[in-house]
Design a protein around this ligand. Sequence first.
Ligand code: RB5
Length: 144
Amino acid sequence: MSGVIAIGSDHAGPELKSAVIFYLSAKGLQTMDLGVPIGTAACNYPDIARKVVSAVLSGEAGRGILICGTGAGMCMVANKAAGIRAANCPNEYTARMARAHNDINILTLGARVLGHGLALEIVECFLETPFEGGRHQERLALFN
Ligand code: RB5
């Protein structure tokens, strides 16, 4: 799996996106910024979601992070793609469980919901929590 993290946000979250990129870079991780830049007046979150989904599905990125106002719209779009398991995580517990039990490959965050400090803790859980496999792998096999 590629160690690169693909990251994108709509106009609600470029500041949080920059904070996450700074955090990941400080940890020595490579990021792929798929937009949008700070100052973007408005854009459509499905367009950004699809760019990150493509990077993960192609293997260019091992995992993805998507940011919009609530995290909800990005999560809905990402989960339309076969092979993507995305969860909108408003706290560390959800992020840990979504990795351990659901093996998520895309994390979505709500920039209008979360402070940057909490968002970065959530990102840390997303990166560091291993999938438990076993009975959870059997359940993932029932998805399609
Ligand atoms: C944009 O205003 C907002 O609708 C979007 O960022 C997101 O929250 C959608 O789910």
